[in-house]
Ligand binder design. Structure first.
Ligand SMILES: *Cc1c(COP(=O)(O)O)cnc(C)c1O
Length: 426
């Protein structure tokens, strides 16, 4: 009861609380499945840390060139073991997910090569990396061609379209697991495996890169388990466990990862340089926490989906659907509703709870974006956050929550702001 008293001082009314509890009473089986998967993820990470004999000495800071950085090299082996790959590049010099993806693409595509996106238009910030929207230093400027095969109306791969699009120039195929700022379904690892098998059957030399952002630890397997040559993501999402203050990862074949390392530092230097600057404790501990943090975020996403679906909104994925990433899209139908929802998420934050989010232009995005986040790490979207471009269908993308109780409060306060604005009724 004490908890509910505090909820009221935090701004959650008894009506919203009662609605929330009625929704939650239907979700125990879903939560049990999420927790069982977290247990598997935790075991994978622990086994990799033990196998690689992670020790306190690995947490020491290095500076300068960072030659013989045992901590960095061991962390990369831990990632490679968890993802079952030959090699991994995991470091703060990969400044974000977009950078890791840009390095993976730029390192493995040469002038005249064709990049084929087989899951439709890639994430917004990649449009400038590829040159879909003209940009200095884009792949297009360097003579890399681009082709795209959209997903079918039901969100599955267009296998015959892919077969028709592959040609002798096709060097690298791009697959994006998560929906990004779209309301299509997220792809399952099994579906991704089928597309990879098709691509490799047409030409085994095609390099397949999967943008794995938001997908890590959501399922029992990763794209690297179903044949992806490179699996790429951000450390301020799932695998950083909320503790990594910066970073990205690329796991995959030795050949691909070596090229990425040469692109990231310099030809000849590669993976041997790159001081860890004292960030390794957070990168190790964050990866250790990542499976349970991901589970907390998933519980929040399932709760949000169930609550908003019950109120009549279209949610992607639907409340009962299986999940392949931590993102929950909720089509709210108006700018006003997006603002109310985001205000609720902001009010629940440990940091900047007093701020009110408003839509604003953002580099890399073609519509004003509203973002609610009160994060310890700037822009970290494994921390509780909600955002979305203010355009049809006025969908917010809800994600994160380092703990389940925080995610729960966020969803309750979003409902409260929607109720206060007259946008919902129970
Ligand atoms: C977040 C995200 C990115 C970009 O990652 P940043 O760390 O924001 O640069 C790329 N692709 C997808 C699907 C994402 O969700």
């Amino acid at each position: 009861m004490q908890t509910n008293d505090i909820y009221q001082t935090l701004g959650v009314s008894p009506a919203v609380l009662a609605f929330g509890e009625s929704v939650l009473s239907t979700l125990s089986d879903r939560f049990a499945a999420i927790d069982a998967n977290a247990e598997l993820g935790q075991a994978k990470v622990l086994a990799a840390m033990q196998k690689n004999r992670v020790a306190a000495a690995h947490f020491a800071a290095t500076t300068g060139y960072g030659y013989d950085d045992m901590g960095r090299d061991t962390l990369e082996r831990v990632y490679a073991d968890v993802f079952h790959t030959e090699a991994a590049l995991v470091r703060p010099q990969l400044v974000c997910g977009t950078h890791a993806l840009a390095v993976a693409l730029g390192a493995n595509l040469l002038p005249g090569d064709e990049l084929l996106a087989v899951s439709g238009k890639p994430y917004d910030t990649l449009e400038e990396v590829i040159g879909i929207r003209p940009s200095p230093c884009s792949l297009a400027e360097y003579g890399v061609r681009y082709r795209q095969v959209d997903l079918l109306a039901d969100g599955s791969f267009d296998l015959s379209g892919i077969r028709a699009a592959v040609n002798e120039r096709t060097k690298l195929a791009h697959i994006q697991r998560s929906k990004g700022y779209q309301t299509r379904p997220t792809l399952s690892v099994a579906q991704i495996g089928e597309a990879i098998a098709l691509l490799k059957s047409i030409n085994p030399d095609i390099v397949v890169m999967v943008d794995n952002c938001y997908g890590e630890f959501v399922e029992s397997i990763e794209p690297s388990d179903v044949g992806a040559d490179m699996t790429v993501g951000s450390l301020i999402k799932n695998p950083g466990g909320g503790l990594a203050p910066i970073g990205g990862y690329i796991v995959g074949t030795r050949a691909c990862v070596d090229r990425c390392a040469y692109r990231l530092s310099a030809p000849g230097l590669g993976q041997e340089v790159g001081a860890n600057l004292g960030l390794l404790p957070a990168l190790y501990q964050g990866f250790f926490l990542a499976p349970t943090v991901t589970a907390a975020a998933l519980r929040g996403a399932v709760f949000a989906a169930a609550a908003y679906e019950k109120l009549g909104f279209r949610v992607v994925p639907a409340a009962a659907e299986e999940r392949h990433d931590v993102i929950q899209a909720i089509e709210l139908g108006s700018e006003r509703a997006m603002c109310a929802f985001c205000e609720g998420i902001q009010r629940a934050a440990p940091v900047d709870s007093f701020a009110t989010p408003v839509p604003a232009p953002m580099p890399g995005y073609d519509a004003p974006v509203i973002m609610a986040a009160g994060a310890f790490v700037q822009g970290s979207s494994i921390e509780l956050s909600a955002d979305g471009p203010v355009r049809e269908p006025y969908a917010v993308y809800y994600q994160g929550g380092l703990t389940w109780p925080h995610a729960k409060l966020g969803v309750l306060l979003s409902l409260q702001k929607m109720l206060d604005a007259g946008l919902i009724a129970f």
